[in-house]
Design a protein around this ligand. Structure first.
Ligand code: F3S
Length: 775
């Protein structure tokens, strides 16, 4: 059986520290004196200091910064590289909270589990070796390639009701299926938790989703979340926790709840969570965590693991599970949602070719035992009629635990018997790691039970329309190969020439004989002891990995100590004035650049290559101000500035840095010498990321002043000195000197908190952490 229940380093067991959390909750109640939502209970009980955090009464949702102490961190292989490189600059011998690394994103799907895994291990060897060496050095649990997908492994081993965890992946909220608050963050935020630095979160707003009735037949948990995404849209959850409650929650499997929590990310939600249920208790027992379940039972006896009666939500949504239909969300956006009964008409109306080119199930979103046993029941029906799938049909198990258990129980055989190809336990086609030979450059439709469907995400083809649906629907439709096929009503012709119709799928929430661990060599040493003498495995000639040198502080200790020294940026040069939308994709492109995630110098070659120069209208064009120098790409000119020791700033339009928490978009400009970003407005997370890397983010008081600064102008700050010396109300302006010597002063807002000013003072938040280590 699966044996992973082992105590993390600073808890007596993997059980969350309920006694401490209950005390914190009691204090919270005495201060706020009102009914609390479940998310409020979990978040406030993790405050670094409850009295301080709740001073002044109710934290204003959407405004107040909370300082929290997460219990655990999980990182996937692509983002862990930069997170660990940053952590390594902090000079800590080990991580302050239990941490795990999961090798899942870098494994391409091509021909099946075994061959794909071998290929990926060879092509990513240096990255995996580096991650393993860092895990050994710092005492981190290392789940190597083939062990499974981060979120499934976290659910099987680490998530627990009332836990607060951070993960360096946007679908970290999957762990909410067991009643945790699990939040996706960038590496620098993970480093906060790993170094015992309080982690800042803006008090979230709350969306309450009430589930009534019961699911039946063809409808599954996936359809619940497809419905909610359709209602709330891709922006509807921003800054909110989505908290489900009601009788309908009790009737779902824990893994079904995880599917719902997983796709909260598609609405931009901070996270999703659920009250503690009997199904969660069974899942904890089945994954060998009985003591966690027992402790959760006790914590719930004090009311910790569900919302109080009368708790207030900023929005209230009701979903009647009894009337829900299977749904398709897409193409190209997860919020374009169509019920099954109308999908055939939509296909006609849009003029889409009535053909499915590939069917894919599994991934971190939908590869539970429950999902697999339901789809196997469909496969068995088809096999009995002599049918094979009419499209290619791929299955991505979320973990070795699932893979081994479905193999033992014959479910894998059921799927393979009808043409299914089981891929390795990794992200594969969900993250574009799919060497697909068919349909290159052609319009085609695929059905998946994944969570994202942006253009080109799965196979790199912008013409591939990805429709998200439940595993049951994807599987059943694979036998017809037609988009317009309704498996709940339409008939197929069996090998005997007779028509038949599928019966609704059935399956077991949990394996009746328990899980089997499969290949136990994947299981990491639990709570490994750090081995500090371990060298981080980074070759000096590597093009993919590079040690991170701490950023220099902007001013020396002597300058800070001298009250007569004005701590101002002087003679910065404006590199470019950027026009229009500039997302984190435009600042730090993904795609082929992904392989440089651990090599800041090489990745910086893509800095701002998608940005539009407002002065010449061109994309990725900057003009060097020096006589005799010429136009170049933005990274080229930025590198020239860096080479001659010329610090720089840029002027940007509205919502600069929108898109994602991609921290490379702030690390790269800082690395190339940016000191100030002056924007009409910023995306909130990106502004925070810039500050963490020591870049001063300023907002124009008058947005029309945007055009007063041109590339090549000399720019200095005024008022920065007062801010750095402790006056949070200091007004900062920038003084712009034109080539003819004329000067213009432009007022700005800084809006920085005390902690954020400290980060800039140290040159980066990490430098601040490092200084604490020394102290
Ligand atoms: Fe991996 Fe896709 Fe999930 S990339 S973590 S399987 S969303």
């Amino acid at each position: 059986t699966h044996a992973r229940a082992v105590p993390p380093k600073n808890y007596p067991s993997i059980t969350p520290p309920y006694q401490h959390l209950l005390k914190q909750l009691e204090l919270t109640r005495s201060i706020l004196n009102r009914p609390l939502t479940l998310a409020e209970k979990i978040i406030y009980s993790h405050l670094d200091n409850v009295e301080e955090g709740l001073a002044g009464g109710d934290p204003v949702r959407g405004a107040k910064h909370l300082k929290l102490r997460p219990d655990r961190v999980a990182m996937q292989d692509a983002s862990a590289q930069m997170a660990l490189l940053q952590f390594s600059t902090c000079d800590r011998p080990t991580t302050a909270v239990p941490t795990s690394i999961h090798c899942d994103h870098l494994i391409s799907a091509y021909s099946g589990a075994e061959a794909d895994l071998k290929r990926a291990i060879v092509s990513n060897k240096e990255v995996f070796d580096f991650l393993e060496s860092a895990a050994k050095k710092y005492g981190i649990e290392f789940w190597g390639p083939g062990s499974g997908i981060i979120h499934q492994i976290v659910l099987e081993n680490y998530s627990a009701p009332g836990l607060l965890m951070l993960g360096t992946d946007s679908h970290t909220p999957n762990a909410g299926g067991l009643g945790a608050i699990a939040i996706g963050v960038g590496g620098a935020d993970a480093v906060d938790a790993m170094t015992h630095t309080p982690w800042e979160l803006t008090a979230p707003k709350m969306i309450g989703v009430e589930l009534k009735g019961k699911l039946s037949g063809w409808v599954s948990a996936k359809d619940v979340v497809l419905e909610v995404v359709g209602r709330l849209t891709v922006r509807g959850g921003t800054g909110h926790v989505i908290e489900y409650f009601g009788e309908g929650v009790e009737t779902q499997s824990a893994t079904g709840l995880a599917t719902i929590a997983n796709m909260g990310a598609e609405m931009g939600a901070t996270t999703t969570t659920f009250p503690y249920t009997a199904a969660m208790r069974s899942y904890l027992h089945a994954t060998n965590r009985g003591p966690v379940a027992d402790a959760a039972d006790k914590a719930q006896a004090s009311g910790f693991l569900s919302a109080d009666k009368g708790a207030e939500y900023d929005q209230h949504i009701v979903i009647d599970l009894s009337t829900l239909e299977p749904r398709f969300n897409g193409p190209f956006t997860p919020d374009f949602s169509t019920p099954l009964s109308k999908f055939g008409d939509l296909v006609k109306e849009k003029g889409w070719k009535d053909e499915i080119s590939a069917s894919l199930i599994g991934s971190c979103t939908n590869s539970s035992y429950h999902d697999m046993s339901r789809v196997a029941s469909i496969a068995r029906q088809a096999k009995a009629k002599g049918l094979k799938t009419a499209t290619s049909f791929m299955i991505t198990p979320g973990s070795e635990l699932i893979n081994a258990t479905i193999e033992r129980d014959g479910l894998k055989g059921d799927l393979e018997a009808v043409g299914g190809v089981v891929l390795s336990n990794a992200c594969g086609p969900c993250i574009g790691q799919w060497d697909r030979e068919e349909c290159k450059g052609e319009e085609n439709a695929i059905l998946t039970s994944f969570n994202r469907n942006f253009k080109a995400r799965n196979d790199g083809n912008r013409q591939t329309m990805n429709f998200l649906a439940s595993p049951d629907i994807v599987t059943a439709m694979a036998f017809s190969g037609k988009l317009s096929f309704d498996p709940t009503k339409d008939e197929l012709i069996g090998a005997d020439g007779k028509p038949f119709r599928f019966e609704p799928p059935t399956g077991d929430e949990l394996p009746s004989t328990g899980f089997t661990a499969g290949d136990t060599s994947y299981l990491p040493t639990a709570l490994p002891t750090p081995v500090p003498e371990t060298e981080l495995a980074i070759s000096p000639t590597s093009t993919r990995l590079e040690l991170l040198a701490p950023f220099d502080p902007h001013f020396t200790a002597e300058e800070f100590a001298d009250p007569n020294k004005a701590l101002e940026f002087e003679d910065l040069r404006c590199l470019i004035r950027i026009r229009g939308k500039c997302t984190t994709d435009e600042i730090s492109a993904a795609g082929a650049w992904l392989k440089y995630k651990g090599h800041l110098t090489n990745l910086s070659e893509n800095t701002l290559i998608g940005a539009t120069n407002d002065q010449n209208g061109k994309i990725n064009s900057a003009i060097d101000y020096l006589p005799g120098e010429s136009e170049g790409t933005i990274p080229e000119v930025a590198k020239r500035f860096k080479a001659r020791g010329q610090p720089w700033m840029i002027v940007t339009d509205h919502n600069y840095g929108e898109g994602s928490a991609r921290e490379h978009a702030s690390l790269q400009p800082r690395f190339l010498g940016a000191k100030v970003i002056l924007a009409r407005s910023f995306a909130r997370i990106h502004r925070m990321n810039l500050t963490k890397q020591g870049v001063l983010p300023l907002t124009l008081v008058n947005e029309d002043d945007y055009s007063l600064i041109d590339a090549g102008d000399k720019v200095s700050t005024k008022g920065f000195d007062a801010l750095l010396r402790g006056d949070l109300n200091a007004e900062i302006s920038v003084v712009v000197e034109k080539p003819d010597g004329k000067k213009v002063e432009i007022p700005t807002h800084h809006g920085l908190s005390k902690d954020q000013v400290e980060w800039i003072k140290f040159g980066s938040a990490l430098n601040g952490i490092k200084a604490q280590t020394k102290a």
